[in-house]
Design a protein around this ligand. Sequence first.
Ligand SMILES: *[C@@H]1O[C@H](CO)[C@@H](O)[C@H](O)[C@H]1NC(C)=O
Ligand SMILES: *[C@@H]1O[C@H](CO)[C@@H](O)[C@H](O)[C@H]1NC(C)=O
Ligand SMILES: *[C@@H]1O[C@H](CO)[C@@H](O)[C@H](O)[C@H]1NC(C)=O
Ligand SMILES: *[C@@H]1O[C@H](CO)[C@@H](O)[C@H](O)[C@H]1NC(C)=O
Ligand SMILES: *[C@@H]1O[C@H](CO)[C@@H](O)[C@H](O)[C@H]1NC(C)=O
Length: 307
Amino acid sequence: PGSPPGPPEDVKVEHISSTTSQLSWRPGPDNNSPIQIFTIQTRTPFSVGWQAVATVPEILNGQTYNATVVGLSPWVEYEFRVVAGNNIGIGEPSKPSELLRTKASVPNVAPGNINGGGGSRSELVITWEAIPEELQNGEGFGYIVMFRPVGTTAWMKERVALVESSKFIYRNESIMPLSPFEVKVGVYNNEGEGSLSTVTIVYSGEDEPQLAPRGTSVQSFSASEMEVSWNAIAWNRNTGRVLGYEVLYWTDNSKESMIGKIRVSGNVTTKNITGLRANTIYFASVRAYNTAGTGPSSLPVNVTTKK
Ligand SMILES: *[C@@H]1O[C@H](CO)[C@@H](O)[C@H](O)[C@H]1NC(C)=O
Ligand SMILES: *[C@@H]1O[C@H](CO)[C@@H](O)[C@H](O)[C@H]1NC(C)=O
Ligand SMILES: *[C@@H]1O[C@H](CO)[C@@H](O)[C@H](O)[C@H]1NC(C)=O
Ligand SMILES: *[C@@H]1O[C@H](CO)[C@@H](O)[C@H](O)[C@H]1NC(C)=O
Ligand SMILES: *[C@@H]1O[C@H](CO)[C@@H](O)[C@H](O)[C@H]1NC(C)=O
């Protein structure tokens, strides 16, 4: 009858490039049923267990057995092992080859999710998704950040050398609040500069709103609820953008006892506040907010909830 082949022997890496590895091995015992196929498996510090990467038919009368594994990642440590199969089944794997690193190459994966915005006035904050170690392709890895005000032609270019970085802040007193910039982010290592992301529009930082809402009023229709209203702020770049409003409310005459803060986003000018105590005097004021923070508060108004 026979049994599956014994483990192949002497698995060696004959040659390694940035993306390929040429292996050689010798077959183990065929256990009375001719070997029909070899499977090459590989493992890296980033993979979970062994994965098959190539199958090689048995070569009749072959003295040397070899195969080239393609599609490897540059600058990653690999080990390989070989498994033989015959009519009866698949045998035990060989001992692994020694751990070897593929050659470095220029990084070819551009960062994704280019984003940013916020920050303070005169700042352009640019963020991206960091490239994992197995895609850095070599030593001396870093990011290239390119940006220019929309409508201009010359790119400004900065290198961010820290491998773990995913943020860059450009500061320049002459940046106007909320100015649009075209931004792209690329990668480099000691082998050279790699791919750049596509262009994304990112806005520079802004000031907090400068104006307090006017016309704040408050009414109570029930024992547990009050309705706070105010006039919308007619804002422009100089008075600071308004993204929404924040209602602050408290119970006695000092803000120390503030019990709540509720945000409403957009051009909303009234908010109901629930869960209040009956027959209690409540104070409320309203302020605008944007990505830089909150603006000045309106003068407090008050109401006594119903019995
Ligand atoms: C690979 O195997 C083929 C076929 O057996 C042989 O001709 C060739 O010399 C081998 N190459 C190496 C580098 O072992
Ligand atoms: C700040 O921006 C101005 C106008 O774009 C430019 O002329 C100047 O060189 C910039 N300064 C720095 C330090 O980047
Ligand atoms: C906000 O809404 C009011 C009407 O509710 C309108 O008069 C005003 O123009 C709006 N403001 C903005 C900035 O959209
Ligand atoms: C607040 O509550 C009053 C009374 O229940 C209701 O008439 C009003 O529409 C509510 N306002 C909002 C903004 O939900
Ligand atoms: C409540 O508001 C009224 C004006 O609507 C004001 O006269 C009164 O002093 C306020 N009460 C307190 C305790 O601040």
